[in-house]
Design a protein around this ligand. Structure first.
Ligand SMILES: C[S@@+](CC[C@H](N)C(=O)[O-])C[C@H]1O[C@@H](n2cnc3c(N)ncnc32)[C@H](O)[C@@H]1O
Ligand SMILES: [Zn+2]
Length: 444
């Protein structure tokens, strides 16, 4: 492991995740922005004052080469992401791409016994589940947890939206499970253990071959996948810091107890005011946090200061939490990893151009898998064209053989002649909704 316990990274988590050794984290909880299209800001005067983050996703939030990286690594995943643009909008696609490149790293750094809990809501949970299915495999999907809460704010029409979704996946079927139990509810006891024995203890009595058998309730029970016993933080909750979207400690305690042991390493790449780190510390786990907002440093130290046992004086948050702003350097044996699998990805022009063309062939405008699309020189080398990025485009095999050593205008003319394309505008079925709307407005 190349990161020390109690390290808080203040930086974009992608570069940090890429610098962590493989197979070394026990549990990852992440509560990323949900694609809610809002901006969040901590209230003035709250302990988290100064903290702010946006949850609006535009082209600037992704790099063109991520298209190629995702499509090369997992073509099915790229298709799932492309579909989200057609069904929903471009911002959803961008959001899912930003999540996908991080989830590749998350899977890589998890131990084979590790688990990931992705906290989201109904805005994107159905798309994120597709993304996670494509990355972790459907056999490693374990639970869709519904965290139900009740706070103020009711719509005039339709039902009040009062739940979040937490998707639980494991890296393999060897995942650790902590046999987490909660007390059996009165309701459950009353319906399942209706009788009493001679000592007045609740039980269920069955008569088997003339003999009475007594069944007693166990000490506790495995919770359901819907949790309504953990309230959200109200405005006067003691643990409230003012950090927008802060989650309750009790929620993280349950997750950490269920999927880790004492001493295990817990990682939260979008840690905000460090709820997961504080819960990990309280439960004697090691932790690593990451947040892009510099305000995370003070609030994390303040919260830890409140919970450390001052008597035992084992560690002091103000001196012992390691703050890092630079990505770590992997120390595992990456020379054994084939070059194209080394991280950060050895991307080429092909990855970037694939992104600029949104995964489509310039000629026929069909979506083409990364491995089946080839680089072509717009001005052929034989006619003085260069290897510069500006002179490169990606074509499917059919279009590439049509193009041959022809100029771009000759090539387009032949495609038009063949009816493969009529003009530079994509065919209707290949247009994004935004493009279609624009065309519609221009035409009518
Ligand atoms: C929903 S909040 C997490 C709240 C946290 N679970 C808590 O209880 O305080 C999402 C956090 O992600 C952070 N964030 C957004 N983009 C990030 C990135 N690229 N790298 C690291 N952190 C990021 C934001 O600053 C914000 O604090
Ligand atoms: Zn083509």
């Amino acid at each position: 492991m190349n990161i020390k316990n109690r390290t808080l990274f203040i930086a974009d988590n992608l570069d940090i995740l890429r610098g962590i050794n493989s197979d070394c984290i026990d549990l990852i909880y992440l509560d990323p922005p949900f694609n809610s299209k809002k901006k969040y800001k901590a209230p003035i005067g709250s302990p988290a004052e100064g903290a702010e983050f946006k949850d609006i996703w535009t082209d600037e939030d992704i790099k063109a080469e991520w298209h190629g990286e995702i499509a090369e690594e997992n073509q099915e995943l790229y298709q799932v992401i492309q579909a989200s643009e057609v069904i929903y909008n471009k911002s959803m696609k961008i959001y899912l791409m930003a999540m996908a490149v991080r989830l590749f790293e998350i899977k890589r750094i998890l131990k084979s016994t590790g688990s990931i809990y992705l906290h989201c809501d109904a805005t994107a949970s159905h798309y994120l589940k597709g993304v996670l299915d494509a990355i972790f495999g459907i056999d490693n999907f374990r639970n869709e947890i519904v965290w139900g809460y009740s706070n103020s704010g009711r719509p005039k029409r339709f039902f009040a939206k009062k739940h979040d979704i937490i998707l639980l996946y494991t890296k393999t079927d060897k995942a650790f499970w902590g046999n987490y139990r909660i007390p059996i509810s009165e309701e459950y006891l009353a319906s399942h253990y209706r009788q009493v024995d001679d000592k007045g203890r609740r039980c269920r009595i069955r008569v088997d071959a003339g003999k009475r058998r007594y069944y007693y309730p166990e000490e506790g029970m495995t919770p359901n996948d819907w949790w309504k016993d953990i309230p959200s933080l109200n405005s006067v909750a003691k643990e409230r810091t003012g950090w927008p979207t802060q989650k309750p400690l009790a929620l993280l305690e349950r997750i950490i107890k269920a999927s880790s042991n004492e001493g295990d390493i817990i990682l939260d790449p979008f840690c905000g005011c460090a709820t997961a780190c504080v819960a990990a510390e309280q439960l004697n786990r090691q932790w690593i946090g990451m947040d892009i907002s510099p305000s995370a440093e003070d609030i994390t130290k303040l919260r830890l200061e409140e919970i450390v046992d001052k008597e035992s004086n084992l560690f002091s948050p103000f001196t012992d939490v390691i703050i890092q702003t630079q990505p770590p350097v992997r120390t595992d044996r990456i020379e054994q990893v084939p070059p194209h699998k080394q991280l950060p990805k050895a991307h080429t022009y092909k990855h970037e151009i694939y992104g600029k063309q949104e995964g489509k062939c310039v000629g026929c405008n069909y979506s083409i898998p990364f491995r089946n699309i080839t680089i072509d020189h717009i001005v052929p080398i034989s006619k003085g064209g260069t290897d510069q990025k500006e002179n490169l485009q990606l074509l499917c095999n059919a279009c590439n053989s049509t193009k041959g050593a022809r100029s771009q205008s000759e090539f387009i003319a032949i495609l038009k002649e063949q009816g493969v394309r009529t003009d530079a505008t994509p065919r209707p079925e290949h247009r994004t909704q935004t493009e279609q709307r624009k065309l519609f407005q221009n035409e009518y």
